[in-house]
Design a protein around this ligand. Structure first.
Ligand SMILES: [Zn+2]
Length: 344
């Protein structure tokens, strides 16, 4: 995409990244008028803020075209402060091509912890500063000391090395969810076609439970956070719904990757055999290590009350017949879930 008198927008580039690159060019000085108000809002995706459109129009840019170009392709956008994961290999390619490194929208989504192009788990920028270009900071960090797989999870911890097989399976699920965000339906390799709206509804439900944050006192910890076992717990008091949102707002790449593989297994995108081959390296429970979709339904959740379990079963019962057929193994497991009194 090219706007007259401004730098070309790179493939999938975030607005803040493009604004920064433009501000470094002669003509881009005009962008200084955006800077102050702009930093109080979402600098990437808040494209309808009252301050925003008049400024864009005053620069002679087509507002509608501008919004189309920079809009998010998913509602599952991580909060601005958590949008710190990136692919060093992509940055090195940018530099080799003679560009400033730029930030991709594709790194900003909950369901996207993998660089599909380079088949690797994204890295985490350590020294985040909202007033300086993230891409340059991250690139400089990576040049000084190549990526250290610490995460910016609210509870700092270090995740173990990730095998190619694990990345491959998570990438399969990531592509599946990406397709559900872009197209109205998703056609699976075995010929089944699913409604994207339903795929996203189910996936969001699963992600909220699998990524549930570690709270104090312990209640409802998500199964995808098994690798954080020894880490202290978040102390804030919050409602169940608030905690679900917090769990899905955390950029931590390892737990998101784990959750994606679980989602892939529930939908049959990842076979039970492949799931079992990597389950141990993800620190899932022993019940899940030997299982598949049924076991995920049966052991992949922690419901706080019997009522919550009943509501979860009802949630799946209300889906279309096609979807229920697709999820039948998982749903049988969910019905067989036993309320684990005293475990939280
Ligand atoms: Zn990459």
């Amino acid at each position: 995409m090219k706007f007259r008198n401004f730098l070309r927008v790179q493939q999938d580039e975030c607005l803040s990244s493009w604004v920064y690159r433009c501000s470094q060019s002669k003509k881009g000085q005009k962008f200084k008028i955006l800077s102050d108000a702009y930093i109080d809002s979402d600098p990437d995706f808040d494209l309808v803020a009252p301050f925003f459109t008049p400024d864009i129009a005053s620069l002679g840019l087509d507002v509608a075209l501008f919004q189309r170009c920079f809009q998010a392709r998913s509602e599952w956008v991580l909060p601005w402060a958590e949008r710190v994961v990136y692919c060093p290999a992509c940055f090195h390619e940018d530099i080799a091509a003679g560009w400033l490194p730029y930030w991709r929208k594709g790194w900003c989504y909950l369901h996207a912890p993998i660089c599909i192009k380079h088949r690797r788990l994204l890295a985490v920028a350590e020294h985040y500063n909202p007033f300086v270009d993230k891409a340059w900071i991250a690139f400089a960090e990576d040049c000084v000391s190549p990526h250290d797989p610490d995460t910016r999870c609210r509870l700092p911890w270090r995740h173990p090395p990730v095998s190619k097989e694990v990345v491959y399976l998570a990438a399969k699920a990531q592509r599946f969810l990406h397709a559900a965000h872009v197209y109205a339906t998703v056609r699976l390799i075995d010929g089944v076609t699913l409604s994207s709206a339903e795929v996203l509804k189910v996936s969001r439900f699963l992600l909220e439970y699998f990524l549930f944050p570690r709270l104090r006192p312990p209640k409802g910890d998500g199964v995808a956070r098994g690798m954080q076992h020894s880490v202290g717990r978040i102390g804030e008091r919050m409602t169940r719904e608030q905690a679900k949102a917090v769990g899905c707002s955390d950029s931590d790449v390892f737990s998101r990757m784990t959750a994606l593989i679980l989602v892939g297994c529930v939908f049959g995108i990842v076979s039970a055999a492949l799931f079992q081959s990597v389950a141990r390296s993800l620190a899932l429970t022993i019940y899940l290590e030997r299982g598949g979709a049924y076991e995920i339904g049966c052991h992949g959740f922690t419901f706080l009350t019997m009522k919550e379990h009943r509501e979860a079963v009802q949630f799946f019962e209300n889906l279309s017949d096609v979807m229920k057929s697709r999820l039948s193994c998982f749903m049988r497991g969910l019905k067989d879930y036993r309320y684990k009194m005293g475990s939280y």
